[in-house]
Design a protein around this ligand. Structure first.
Ligand code: PBG
Length: 331
């Protein structure tokens, strides 16, 4: 066959000709201000302790917390989400530690805010790190989480966190009506500028597996599920309904979680409501990518690619265990 030239009507490749053009015409970018680093802080721990199911991520003791926070800030990251790993003996049926003023995580938050007042600290509201059954709320006689009994506990938990200096209260429990009850409590107690980041569309996902190991609640939780309060993975209209309620109840920012398997939900939420929308690239997503990179199966460029996909879908910020690692390569 004779090879002859053929001429396309439109040349899309013209705009991809050089890296300068590709950068100039990029529709989305990833910056350090988009990244939020989740950290695990463990009671009674000295130094750091590796989390087996999350290679590269450690539980931190209070003694090294300041140094670790300084490293994160020096990388240009503006925000951390703190998760407590509390002493096993302190866990009980009703998660009593969660609502005690100056409890372990409050102590950690106060220390962070004292030394680094400009760092934006996000703290979860949910009882699972504190309960001996690992559920996010209080149980009724049948063993299911009782919505209305749980609400006052979440309210108190939010208040002790706000008192400790938390900038953003993040209810991750999925109880109905919790945003309103927390917003009212904040207003009535002079925390009018404390933000609420609602885990609005939080799916009942198996991608949270490594997190349960990280906060040492795996053995307490066993193979139960959170299906009666977290969302069915099949549903997107329901996710929009959840987000609408949380905005109406007073959320400043809404979140979709997990991230990569739910990019359609992020896009739908942003398109529909146009409010600040965060995404959480959760523990299972982290470990999957990290393992693939560490074994050489994939190049480490997949990390940035995964984070850009969140921006393309419309997320304003991403909670990701890769935050520090990726901030190093971002200008
Ligand atoms: C607690 C909570 C969970 C995560 C964040 N807050 C676990 C769960 O709901 O089971 C998961 C985060 C991750 O997997 O990285 N309610």
């Amino acid at each position: 066959m004779k090879i002859e030239r053929s001429y396309p009507d439109t040349r899309m490749r013209r705009i991809r000709k050089s890296s300068a053009l590709r950068e100039m015409l990029a529709e989305t970018t990833l910056s350090k201000a988009d990244l939020i680093q989740p950290i695990f802080i463990k009671e009674d721990l000295k130094g750091r302790e590796a989390i087996k199911s999350m290679p590269g991520i450690n539980r931190l003791g209070l003694d090294i917390l300041n140094d670790e926070i300084k490293k994160i800030i020096d990388l240009g990251i503006k925000s951390v989400a703190v998760f407590p790993v509390i002493n096993e003996e302190k866990k009980d049926e009703i998660g009593s530690q969660a609502t005690i003023e100056n409890n372990f995580i409050c102590e950690a938050i106060s220390a962070i805010k004292k030394n680094y007042p400009d760092l934006v600290v996000i703290a979860d509201v949910a009882l699972d790190p504190y309960t001996d059954h690992g559920h996010d709320g209080l149980l009724n006689e049948t063993g299911d989480v009782d919505n209305d009994l749980t609400l006052p506990a979440l309210r108190e938990q939010a208040l002790v966190l706000a008192k400790a200096g938390t900038d953003i209260i993040a209810p991750s429990d999925m109880m109905d009506g919790r945003i309103k009850i927390i917003r009212d409590a904040l207003e009535q107690n002079d925390f009018i500028n404390t933000l609420i980041l609602a885990y609005s569309a939080k799916f009942s996902s198996k991608f949270y597996g490594p997190f349960k190991d990280a906060v040492e609640s795996a053995k307490f939780f066993g193979n139960k599920t959170k299906d009666t309060y977290q969302m069915p993975v099949q549903n997107i209209n329901e996710a929009l309904h959840e987000v609408a309620l949380d905005i109406q109840e007073g959320a400043d920012i809404v979140m979709v979680k997990p991230g990569m398997p739910y990019l359609d939900v992020i896009k739908a939420v942003k398109d529909e409501f146009k409010v600040p929308t965060f995404a959480y690239q959760v523990s299972g997503e982290y470990s999957m990518l990290k393992n693939a990179v560490e074994t050489g199966l994939l190049s480490d460029d997949v990390i940035k690619e995964s984070l850009l996909s969140f921006k393309r879908a419309g997320a304003d910020c991403i909670l990701t265990y890769f935050a520090s690692e990726i901030a190093k390569d971002l200008s």
